[in-house]
Design a protein around this ligand. Structure first.
Ligand code: AMP
Ligand code: ZN
Length: 112
């Protein structure tokens, strides 16, 4: 499958890893929109938040267990935002499920 994030998980495309376990990989966004901008992804390919099912949702629970650990490691004691763009209206550009962690500054009160 020609998927950028699957290639990042396999190491074919380099990334700056911040966390990894048997289900989840996290790395720094190449075009950060905040002082901390990390992407957390399932190792198994899921196209977007619109493709989460009973069969594959365990990894989503794992991702949300990992997020506070990453936030603590990044020193995001003031808070952070988690975003997942799904589909064209949300401008999803990589079609492998990912959760953005954004923090390290006062974020906008506008989300859209
Ligand atoms: P989205 O627009 O929600 O699909 O987010 C895709 C994100 O992937 C964007 O924030 C990009 O900056 C990021 N991105 C694209 N290519 C890479 C890469 N090679 N390494 C790290 N982040 C990337
Ligand atoms: Zn993929």
């Amino acid at each position: 499958m020609d998927c950028l994030f699957c290639k990042i998980i396999s190491g074919e495309i380099p990334s700056t890893k911040v966390y990894e376990d048997e289900l989840v990989y996290a790395f720094r966004d190449i075009n950060p929109q905040a002082p901390t901008h990390i992407l957390v992804i399932p190792k198994a390919h899921v196209a977007s938040a619109n493709e989460i099912t009973e069969e594959n949702s365990a990894v989503v629970a794992r991702i949300f267990e990992v997020i506070p650990k990453i936030a603590a490691a990044e020193g995001l004691s003031g808070g952070f935002r988690v975003v997942s763009n799904a589909g064209a209206d949300a401008c999803q550009s990589v079609h492998h499920l990912h959760f953005h962690i954004l923090g390290g500054k006062q974020l906008s009160d506008q989300m859209a």
